[in-house]
Design a protein around this ligand. Structure first.
Ligand code: GLU
Length: 491
């Protein structure tokens, strides 16, 4: 049997962290079992669904590299296309496929039309509340006579379709993560499965789609677990084979409430925009509810595929820890080879106007090497390297006041300029020796030399290893910068 799983977002907003994790678990499961990963858009909520949200969701999934085997795709020209043989993959385009099954449920007496108006239903609920009964539908329309139906039709009432729940016994299903789940049928009423406009509601649409798309495993957030008994009843009524269920626990924010916008960036692409590497986000998401027996933390994507199993998913909620994600991002940044990281850095530097169209890649690599270890967010890249890439040096006022304007700095810089100018072998080692020897001769602390030299040549008091960046800047630039600092602040 080929496993087939699906990620079925409702396009009512961007791809948030929870959705991305659900997509990832489906993806990992599909790849691990060499099955198929399907993307289906559940857009039956016409008021809340939008095309922008579809595009945002596809963008988030694509950024994470969660490539799906079937579903909608954005074509080269920006329009939407599809791939796969079980389409359409938008529920609203599947309506024609649903009719025959709805007809079948009606014909077999497993569902019925209900003409109760919203006001009537509200009144019934209120009465039930007053009488301290559960506010369940009273099955009023189960046994309408032909006259009653025609009277409703004359009134132009449009019926909903309700599922006829036996109301007795239990509905049981197996869940890989939660174990056996049992539900008393008496707790549910004759729930609505089709809206007055003929569009099926979620519980029916999801069952028909999963069955028709031959989904073998339904992996989704456990916020849906209360829907599952209704879906199981529908599977049984329709005569479809049940898929295997796996309900993944929710993700909570640090305060214990469900993760939301309040906890900071909740969309996946916001993490991209904040400067996270997709590998770090993927790795972090994978561990939000899943772990290996040895609690390994860092995984290559192939390794995740190899090791991921639903059985190792946790049964309790996961806490989203931004600090851990940040730590992981740093780990991934440091683990890139210099060439890889240079490729990652280039677009950020270009965007900031720090790289011309043509540039010396070897020199750029030397620059990147100075600070790769320190990068926390990719968005830090321009401000870490700008002083190495700009011709015009920008002096930070505070550092100038604190370091350059100190007693003695002028003489030190003048002496440095002279000595650096004479230095033939312009390497980090010889520069360091030059500065230390000078401090020795003058009987001053090395910091008295290092600090003004740094501010004069970088414009700021903090940065990469002094002598290493001076070496990369080169003698000419270093001399010009010392000269400039002298002119600007002392002469
Ligand atoms: N469309 C549902 C949602 O976005 C998912 C339903 C499911 O996975 O069964 O929450």
């Amino acid at each position: 049997m080929t496993t087939r799983v699906r990620f079925a977002p409702s396009p009512t907003g961007y791809l948030h962290i929870g959705g991305a994790r659900t997509a990832l678990y489906n993806y990992l499961f599909a790849r691990h079992t060499q099955g198929k990963f399907i993307l289906r858009i559940e857009d039956t909520d016409e008021l809340r669904s939008s095309d922008e949200a579809v595009v945002a969701i596809l963008e988030g999934l694509s950024w994470l590299g969660l490539d799906w085997d079937e579903g909608p795709v954005v074509k080269q020209d920006g329009s939407l296309g599809i791939k796969g043989a079980h389409g359409p993959y938008f529920q609203m385009e599947r309506r024609a496929l649903y009719f025959e099954h709805i007809e079948r449920l009606l014909a077999e007496g497993k569902a019925y039309e209900c003409y109760c108006s919203t006001d009537e239903l509200k009144a019934k609920r209120e009465r039930a509340q007053q009488e301290k009964r559960p506010p369940k539908y009273d099955n009023h329309c189960r046994h309408l006579t032909a006259q009653q139906v025609s009277a409703f039709k004359k009134e132009q009432r449009k019926p909903v379709i309700r599922f006829k729940n036996s109301g007795t016994g239990t509905t049981v299903f197996k869940d890989i993560i939660k174990g056996e789940v049992k539900f008393e049928n008496a707790l549910l009423d004759d729930f609505v499965i089709v809206k007055p406009n003929g569009v099926p509601l979620y519980n029916l649409a999801v069952v028909l789609d999963d069955a028709l798309m031959e989904i073998t495993h339904v992996i989704r957030g456990d916020d849906h677990i209360s829907n599952t008994p209704r879906q199981v009843m529908l599977y049984q009524a329709l005569g479809f084979k049940l898929p295997v269920f796996a309900h993944i626990p929710m993700i909570l924010g640090g305060d214990g409430s469900r993760l939301s916008k309040r906890h900071g960036a909740a969309s996946v692409t916001a993490y991209r925009d904040q400067g996270y590497l997709k590998e770090a986000v993927l790795n972090y998401l994978a561990l939000l509810g899943w772990s290996t027996t040895d609690s390994q933390q860092l995984f290559e994507s192939q390794e995740l595929i190899k090791k991921f199993t639903l059985e190792r998913c946790s049964g309790s909620a996961a806490i989203f820890d931004e600090q851990k994600l940040l730590w992981m991002n740093g780990e991934y940044i440091r683990s890139q080879s210099l060439d890889e990281f240079t490729d990652i850095a280039i677009p950020y530097l270009k965007e900031a106007g720090l790289l011309p169209a043509l540039f010396d890649r070897e020199r750029l690599k030397k620059i990147i090497k100075l600070e790769q270890e320190k990068v926390k967010y990719l968005t830090d890249i321009p401000k870490l390297f700008d002083f190495m890439l700009q011709d015009e040096i920008v002096y930070h006022e505070k550092d100038v006041a604190k370091v350059l304007k100190k007693e003695g700095s002028q003489t030190i810089l003048e002496d440095m300029l002279e000595r650096v100018n004479l230095l033939n072998n312009f390497t980090a080692d010889s520069l360091e020796k030059l500065c230390r020897d000078y401090a020795d001769e003058e009987g001053i602390k090395t910091g008295m030399v290092f600090h003004p030299l740094r501010v004069a040549t970088s414009g700021r008091a903090k940065g990469p290893s002094l002598f290493h960046y001076l070496e990369v800047l080169g003698k000419d630039v270093v001399c010009v910068r010392i000269e400039k600092a002298l002119t600007e602040f002392f002469r």
